[in-house]
Design a protein around this ligand. Structure first.
Ligand SMILES: O=CN(O)CCNC(=O)c1cccc(Cl)c1Cl
Ligand code: NI
Length: 183
């Protein structure tokens, strides 16, 4: 099973690389890797297992965070209907997005960052994404809310971007302006 020892931390060069596209359909090795990444999220969200193995909780994980520079991410959280959703995406991309932006009042955290970095992380409020799933099937989805934010945090990891890169260092708590209405 993956533990915190497998998670690379800021300063490790792989976190700043652009990850490589993955061949679809997935090799069994890449499929197993995605499954191990999802298992980590499940464990990290289980109070007993997380306590036993000292896992920090996560709602998403990108392969570069375990030192593997491949365009694969997993997400596990609840949606706006409070249903549990588990996504494993290969070669994910945003194909369109709202002009409107959003952010988490509480800011963002990252397993690869062993410190609190407070500040507003602007994200697109609504996104349309394309990816491939575990079985190599094409996925087209519209995400909004927390799921959209988590997806953008994970996609950034595939492009060598850390969440704090997006915080305005001159005014970390400056609220992004709403999109200009066309009159
Ligand atoms: O890349 C994934 N991680 O670093 C896992 C740990 N961070 C989180 O679960 C987390 C926490 C708050 C906001 C966002 Cl957007 C995320 Cl993603
Ligand atoms: Ni992260």
């Amino acid at each position: 099973m993956l533990t915190m020892d497998d998670i690379i931390r800021e300063g490790h060069p792989t976190l700043r690389k652009t990850a490589e596209e993955v061949e679809v359909p997935l090799t069994s090795e890449n499929k197993q890797l995605l499954e191990k990444m999802m298992e980590f999220l499940v464990h990290s969200q289980d109070p007993e297992i997380a306590e036993q193995y000292k896992l920090r909780p996560g709602v998403g994980l990108a392969a570069p965070q375990i030192g593997i520079s491949k365009r694969m991410v997993v997400m596990r959280t609840t949606d706006q209907q409070d249903e549990l959703v588990e996504y494993a995406f290969v070669n994910p991309r945003i194909v369109s997005h709202s002009a409107e932006t959003t952010y988490l009042e509480s800011g963002e955290g990252c397993l690869s960052v062993d410190r609190e970095v407070s500040g507003i992380v602007p994200r697109y409020a609504r996104i349309k994404i394309e990816a491939y799933d575990l079985n190599g099937n094409k996925v087209v989805k519209r995400l909004r809310g927390f799921l959209a934010i988590v997806f953008q945090h994970e996609l950034d990891h595939l492009n060598g971007i850390m969440f704090y890169d997006r915080i305005d260092e001159n005014d970390p708590f400056k609220k992004p302006l709403p999109p200009q209405e066309v009159i």
